[in-house]
Design a protein around this ligand. Structure first.
Ligand code: NAD
Length: 541
């Protein structure tokens, strides 16, 4: 603490800009998109105060135009992981002692830089790297990231403010120390905001970080690094390395100073990481914090009392925005027989009106999926559905990777509630629908609960309060974020803290004080003002 009890600025959600035709923000982002698209950027690793270029490079190509190269990045090996750890630990000496209000100022400055001079840059980079429409880029790379930074600063100050009571003659104080060692952040391709938040939230609490971004997000990760540098994050506090994830991770998790992992990505990878941490447990100086937000098989269930147009809109937005590549995207839907035809007709109308193509053309609602691996996986499941007797494709079903990885928004109708695409996370613009008998509402709730290993998000649509109450109770354990009469995507920092349970993660709610508490190790200091001088208690006579 410095010389005052400082109050941080009250966090407010960053307003989402509209990017309507003719607006200045649209002009700015289009200009920046062209500049990045026609340029060539060389992205180094950032270790300590060095920009490390190994000469071993990989091209960066937009998913919607995979033969077009927008730059390259340099990949490292074991030695770079070791160097990143050494630099982080060196930086820790000063960073862990930095007064909290100085750390807060750095990250608040980062938020304002993104809200202002870096907004077009981070949005255009996200449109190119992850093939997001301008709206999807704006709500992620600009607004959600700004919100993470502002709200986390507020939560940090709330945490520091949380202090124990003190009896007469003593003073109890709690210091929220950073973890002793370094934090390893491994981030996914799909949200620029998550990529920035995983290292930043730990660093904000006084930790030093080794950050390994996804290979598919490095183009926008570079803008995050530029922002952090300009905001004043000191060298060595967040070290950024790329390369074979297993090779790098094996080095990082073998370090005695490994103190925590902040992961977002797929369930299988997280379980592998947990296993490796377990295998190395005798190596560590401290029990590492393990925080992971992972996969989902997110549902929408409509009650017979639901409004079919509202349900259809929930499906069209919830399943297909950003090509279904949100961990929260609706991918299994349960419709009552009485509403199914009308609801699905609305969904088909919506899909017929979607335009698909490059995000540069802002009239496109659907762009490309992230890479060839994802494209091929989706094509395989779509082909399988075409062949299977218990599945039928009622909308979409085509795909084409000649220029970009384009998969049509696809609806599979199944008669088998345990059909493979009702259970498996596909992570693409494919939703599977099962129609139930209206009378089987209660049984269908049990089906929703028991169908997948995940428990991330889910939604119920109904106008009947008894049905809503029944669903809320029956589905208590199958979603960490549960929505009533709304799509299951679009969580806003400070309003809907996000995370799921079961195979979906440790549910440490990104964008909440609960998450930040994982990155501190409290020290209680008890001070007695006048120490006793006789060991005898009165009961001894
Ligand atoms: P991914 O698991 O393929 O990759 C995530 C990160 O892990 C990347 O940086 C990758 O390089 C790294 N990685 C991959 N294999 C590894 C290994 N063996 N050891 C160490 N690191 C490894 O996931 P993705 O495709 O980038 O993202 C999509 C997944 O993320 C989906 O499953 C989605 O549900 C999940 N996700 C979850 C949330 C959430 O909040 N629950 C949010 C976003 C994404």
């Amino acid at each position: 603490m410095g010389k005052g009890f400082f109050h941080v600025p009250t966090a407010i959600n960053e307003p989402v800009k509209a990017y309507a035709p003719g607006s200045p923000e649209r002009e700015a982002v289009s200009k920046q998109y062209k500049e990045y698209f026609n340029g060539s950027v060389d992205v180094p690793m950032y270790i300590g105060n060095e920009e490390v270029r190994t000469g071993n490079t990989r091209n960066m190509t937009p998913p919607h135009d995979h033969q077009h190269v927008v730059g390259q990045y340099h990949i490292g090996d074991k030695s770079h992981a070791e160097k990143a750890i050494a630099n982080a630990l060196e930086a820790r000496k000063a960073w862990a002692q930095m007064p909290w209000e100085q750390r807060a100022a750095i990250f608040l400055r980062a938020a304002e830089l993104i809200a202002g001079p870096y907004r077009a840059k981070i949005n255009a980079a996200t449109m190119i790297a992850q093939s997001k429409t301008i709206h999807q880029a704006e709500i992620d790379a600009a607004c959600e990231l700004i919100d993470f930074l502002r709200f986390n600063v507020e939560y940090m100050s709330d945490i520091y403010d949380e202090q124990p009571n003190s009896d007469e003659g003593i003073w109890n104080r709690v210091e929220y120390r950073p973890l002793e060692g370094f934090v390893y952040a491994i981030t996914p391709f799909n949200f620029t905001a998550i990529a920035a938040n995983l290292p930043a939230s730990a660093a904000m609490m006084g930790n030093v970080v080794v950050w390994k971004p996804s290979d598919s997000q490095i183009f926008s990760a570079k803008v995050i690094v530029d922002v952090f540098k300009e905001a004043g994050v000191p060298d060595g506090v967040i070290n950024v390395i790329y390369g074979d994830p297993v090779e790098i991770t094996d080095v990082v998790l073998a370090s005695p100073d490994f103190a925590g992992i902040h992961f977002t990505g797929s369930t299988y990878v997280f379980k592998e990481l947990w296993k490796k941490i377990g295998e190395n447990i005798h190596t560590y100086k401290t029990y590492p914090r393990i925080v992971g937000e992972t996969g989902g098989k997110d549902f929408i269930i409509a009650h017979p009392s639901a409004n079919p147009k509202q349900v259809a809109t929930g499906i069209s937005r919830g399943a297909f925005e950003f090509q279904g590549q949100k961990c929260s995207a609706a991918s299994r839907v349960y419709l009552p027989k009485s509403l199914a035809e009308e609801t699905l007709n609305y969904v088909k109308e919506d899909i017929a009106s979607f335009k698909m193509g490059s995000p540069e053309d802002m009239s496109n609602f659907i762009t490309a999926v992230i890479h060839e691996g994802s494209f091929d996986k989706l094509a395989k499941y779509i082909d399988q559905a075409k062949a299977d007797a218990d599945a039928e494709i009622i909308a979409g079903g085509n795909y084409d990777k000649s220029k970009g990885y384009f998969v049509e928004p696809t609806v599979i109708l199944t008669t088998n509630p345990k059909y493979t695409t009702m259970e498996t996370e596909l992570f693409g613009p494919v939703v599977t629908v099962y129609v139930y008998e209206d009378a089987d509402w209660a049984e269908t709730l049990q089906l929703v609960d028991g169908t997948s290993e995940y428990a991330l998000t889910g939604a119920v649509f109904s106008t009947d309060r008894y049905a809503i109450a029944e669903a809320t109770k029956a589905l208590e354990n199958c979603a960490g974020n549960f929505y009533v009469n709304d799509k299951p995507t679009g969580a806003v920092v400070g309003q809907q803290p996000f995370g799921g349970a079961r195979a979906s993660g440790t549910n440490d709610k990104a964008g909440s004080a609960q998450n930040l508490l994982r990155w501190v190790s409290p020290r209680l200091i008890k001070e007695t003002f006048v120490s006793p001088t006789d060991y005898r208690y009165p009961f001894l006579g």
